[in-house]
Write a protein that binds this ligand. Sequence first.
Ligand SMILES: Cc1cc2nc3c(=O)[nH]c(=O)nc-3n(C[C@H](O)[C@H](O)[C@H](O)COP(=O)(O)OP(=O)(O)OC[C@H]3O[C@@H](n4cnc5c(N)ncnc54)[C@H](O)[C@@H]3O)c2cc1C
Length: 460
Amino acid sequence: MTETPPFSGSLTRRRFLAAASAALLPAPAFAQAMGEGNVDIAIVGGGAAGIAAARKVADAKRSYVLLEAGPKLGGRARTLNVFGQNVDLGASGFARGDGTLAESAQAAGQGLVALPSGRRLFDGRREAHESGYDAFAAALGKARRDLLVAADSGKDPAAATILAAASGAPATVSGWSATAAAFLGPMSCGRPLASLSALDLALRDAPPDDTTGPAGMGALMEALGAWLNVQTDAPVTQITNAGRLHMLTVRNQRTPIRARAIILAVPAPVIAAGAIRFNPALPPRFANAFRAIPAGALEQVAFLLPGNPLGLEPNETVLARVGADGKVPPALLRGRINGSDVHVLTFADAQAREIAEKGETAALALVRTYLGATFGIAGDTVKEVSASRWTSDPLFRGALAAASPGQGAQRRVFADPLQNRIFLAGDYVDTSGWGTLTAAWSAGEAAATRALRLVGDGPA
Ligand SMILES: Cc1cc2nc3c(=O)[nH]c(=O)nc-3n(C[C@H](O)[C@H](O)[C@H](O)COP(=O)(O)OP(=O)(O)OC[C@H]3O[C@@H](n4cnc5c(N)ncnc54)[C@H](O)[C@@H]3O)c2cc1C
């Protein structure tokens, strides 16, 4: 498996001029005004949220730096070259009509391609009948309505309690209700329904992904950040409130960066784990809110499945009915990536944690078991896999952050600034779109707007 070379994309003339004239660190005029190593706005974390924020700050011609701990931009949108194909092992698409990501991509000259709508349902090794599709749609609609009713009641029990009470059976039994429950819970949030807040799930209202980048979402993110003032391999370890400026300590850099405002766009579990020290410490309200949304585990595994045995169109998604014996955990298949033989399975919760801990040997065994039990595909058809490990990577510590029972209202805390100068951005901030690329992008832009308002027109 090799990483794709940085996507060259197309740097438009407008972007190039903006980049060149945006008083980027360490431009001499700016350094004189602010002092060497100082910026108006420091952005921490180079995923979708950080990239969107930095683009907006650069467009406003304020000085800034985007500090990314890893070797490249993109965060949980990461495209790898696997089995000769560009394959996303994180976000693989987004909802075109949701927020401004599509608009930004198009303005930057980046092409977009449509994903097939809906998903293919399988039942007992073959495609489901119409009645299966109807049953799944009805079960999903009912589960969402039941969660909304529960949210309206003002209580916030575990989502499993609501779905079990409504169906009269535990949400773990087989059938289309169980499949819908698995889709809403572990498959979307990486945790069992028993550990998820009914309120947080009820409020989640993200439209389905219908669009992707032709070279992958990771490549698209890199292209959108290509002209920004970025420091990679620059993990921020401490943020200190120094009065009118905040100081950011970056590992292996002797001089801290001083900023008038900070946009913090690192994953919530990274903050919850204390990977960045705050001086003074995070106020209890924020510390509690971060603890209230623990990480869920989702890992993706790419493999070759020659001959299109499932009869799929390029980039189709397949969901199989949860089996009666409950032995095979649910997973989501993305088939025939860009029309090739490469397929990707997403595993959740316990299986995802196993992949994150043990790596590709465990992933290969899980893929073979799943394909055999679900589609009757012989185990040795898949010889080799390439797997993500978001959950064990200290820069991510999970796939996304979902609230625990009783904690669904905590997400609102993230809308407030921290110490008046730190604006939180990332996919965990939005109360309805959380856990998506478009929510991260919008949160980055919103944080930038607020930070720009704070720094105003003049230097500190
Ligand atoms: C397996 C998987 C599949 C997904 N599929 C989809 C999908 O199909 N569609 C969709 O919309 N969403 C999907 N998502 C969710 C989507 O990827 C995220 O919501 C989105 O990418 C989050 O963007 P972000 O900018 O908030 O955070 P991130 O992308 O996580 O970026 C945060 C950045 O902060 C950096 N960082 C961490 N610590 C520090 C530090 N101390 N200093 C500096 N930088 C630091 C990290 O290296 C990272 O680059 C998926 C996620 C996963 C894991």
